[in-house]
Design a protein around this ligand. Structure first.
Ligand code: ADP
Length: 529
């Protein structure tokens, strides 16, 4: 830990943090993880933390970095290196990587990118240009973990060693495993940094076959169902859950939900067993990037005081999608990965009834091919009521947040969800299912909540078609009542979703992780999850 320098520093501990992620907006993003990897480190930097974000140097990421420089070559230790797990044969062919340094735009946060042939491919972080998943994602992300550990243990010649290694999602799931191994080998307590693992989505578990476990040459001792084995396969996320000093997820409700069979993906027992080390911290949003008063990607800026200007964004959005320019028709927006999690099929199953209501719908997203083509069929049947744009489009996602009257988010599960937060900030009423972070952030427009000004959106409970239709019907009724609608918009816009509070909670989590690391106990295989 650094010395305390000023008043603020006396209040907050100061840590060196290595934040490890497979996504980082604006360099590489497929979903919320990219946003959080950007905005949480910035908020921690504002709390005077010495934080560095480590990601793979995907070619599209390097291309977007304004000034990027080579700072080091890390020679990766061969298998059998004393005190080290060693590198598996596949990765062993890669005996060194380069580290490139840049900064996160609009901040002082340093970003280190790992340059390796395993990352030098077009596509997305996980898929090739034809949307086919890379076959060697286990090796690619194992490398991310191995390099992070070289840095964490001060073996990278970078003259910087973290107090905390903060891994995110399955791609960083081996960090805890490798760091624990360092600990065991060293024989000296406290030598390794403390580890924190954040679950952004339990549905992605990094599951690979036992052959791949063998190919990765992970210690055979890890092959048991209390550690990395998962029903005959092996799972990266289990590494993070079993071995990290602290585990958290991105909302308090989701932290509870994943301890149940319905949401735990077969790991609810393990998560319950670790419940004393498991917590939920709500994501914040980047208040500069998602600010209707300053957003350069929307047609007309607006605030609570100039709410009427929001209508110009609605017209621009209708124009973009070639929808009739109806000012008084409820315009519903949706920006999402088009997958089962997001409840797109629930909307599709009830589209007939939904489109009978006085609404227009615009959807931006990509994902499941069948869902995409079912959406397209509705567009061809009712082009004056529903339009979609398939693909990824950052500016359009801002225009939808600004131009839509209400935002559809009928997720089956939602660890935190960011779009409902953006919607609240933009005076766009979120229509959400009561689950995970959606339940924690949106307050239903019941009579009582409208009366005491706490209502911010429409919340429905069951994940079935009739409840969605009811929720949209209720939204369209409320929309007719201009006074109530405006009140709802203003309540939402007045909510506080900056990272300040949550970043402080992460600092507490880091302190707890260090305390737990100091107490050091091996996370025993004698347990019974
Ligand atoms: P998830 O991480 O499950 O995809 P979140 O709501 O946490 O869901 O975050 C999704 C993020 O990705 C938001 O910033 C959203 O605007 C963005 N996003 C998703 N799909 C698209 C798309 N097709 N174009 C632009 N942005 C998108």
């Amino acid at each position: 830990m650094n010395s305390k320098k000023n008043k603020t520093a006396q209040k907050n501990p100061q840590y060196k943090i290595l934040f490890v992620s497979s996504e980082l907006h604006p360099f590489a993003k497929t979903g919320g993880l990219g946003d959080v990897s950007n905005s949480l480190p910035k908020a921690l930097k504002d709390l005077e933390q010495d934080i560095i974000v480590l990601i793979p140097a995907y070619p599209f990421a390097v291309q977007k970095a304004e000034s990027i420089k080579y700072i080091a070559k890390i020679n990766l230790p061969a298998k059998g290196f004393p005190g080290h797990l060693g590198l598996p044969a596949g990765i062993g062919k890669i005996n060194s990587v380069a580290i490139l340094e840049t900064t996160l735009p609009g901040s002082q946060v340093k970003v280190w990118m790992i340059e390796s042939e395993l990352y030098n491919r077009p596509g997305t972080p996980y898929f090739d240009e034809n949307n086919i998943e890379f076959e060697d994602n286990d090796f690619r992300f194992a490398l991310l973990n191995y390099v992070a550990v070289e840095i964490a243990m001060g073996r990278a010649g970078l003259n910087w060693r973290p107090d905390i290694v903060h891994g995110n999602d399955w791609q960083a799931g081996l960090l805890g495993v490798l760091l624990e191994h360092e600990h065991e080998q060293s024989g000296i307590e406290k030598i390794r940094p403390a580890s924190v693992f954040t679950i952004h989505n339990m549905a992605h578990m990094g599951i690979f076959s036992s052959d791949r476990f063998n190919a990765l040459e992970l210690s055979p001792h890890l092959w048991n169902h209390h550690e990395l084995e998962f029903h005959g396969d092996f799972s990266f996320i289990k590494g993070g859950l079993v071995f990290s000093d602290r585990v958290n997820t991105v909302s308090p409700s989701y932290a509870k939900e994943i301890q149940t069979e319905e949401f735990g993906y077969g790991l609810s027992g393990l998560l319950s067993y670790r419940s004393e080390r498991l917590s939920g911290i709500l994501n914040g949003i980047d208040m500069n990037e998602w600010n209707p008063e300053k957003d350069t990607m929307i047609k007309k800026n607006y605030s609570i005081k100039t709410l009427d200007d929001k209508r110009l964004n609605k017209s621009a959005l209708q124009k973009h999608f070639n929808l009739p320019a109806k000012k008084k028709t409820l315009l519903l927006g949706m920006v999402a990965r088009l997958v089962y999690q997001k409840g797109v099929d629930l909307i599709l199953e009830n589209m007939e009834e939904i489109l009978e209501l006085p609404v227009q719908i615009v959807v931006l997203g990509s994902g499941d091919l069948e869902l995409e083509s079912r959406l397209r069929r509705w567009v061809s049947r009712h082009p004056e009521k529903i339009q979609i744009q398939l693909g990824y489009d950052e500016s359009l996602s801002h225009l939808i947040e600004a131009g839509a009257d209400a935002f559809l988010m009928p997720s089956r599960f939602e660890p935190c969800g960011l779009n409902q937060l953006y919607s609240l900030r933009y005076g766009t009423i979120p229509i959400v299912r009561e689950t995970g972070g959606l339940a924690d952030t949106v307050t239903h427009a019941s009579k009582e909540n409208l009366a005491d000004h706490s209502a911010t959106g429409i919340v429905f409970h069951e994940a079935n078609g009739s409840t969605i239709v009811d929720a949209i019907t209720l939204t369209s009724l409320l929309y007719q009542n201009e006074v109530a609608w405006k009140k709802l918009m203003i309540n939402g816009m007045n909510q506080e979703f900056s990272w300040k509070n949550s970043a402080r909670q992460y600092l507490k989590l880091y302190t707890q992780a260090i305390e737990d690391r100091n107490k050091y106990q091996k996370h025993a295989p004698e347990m019974f999850w």
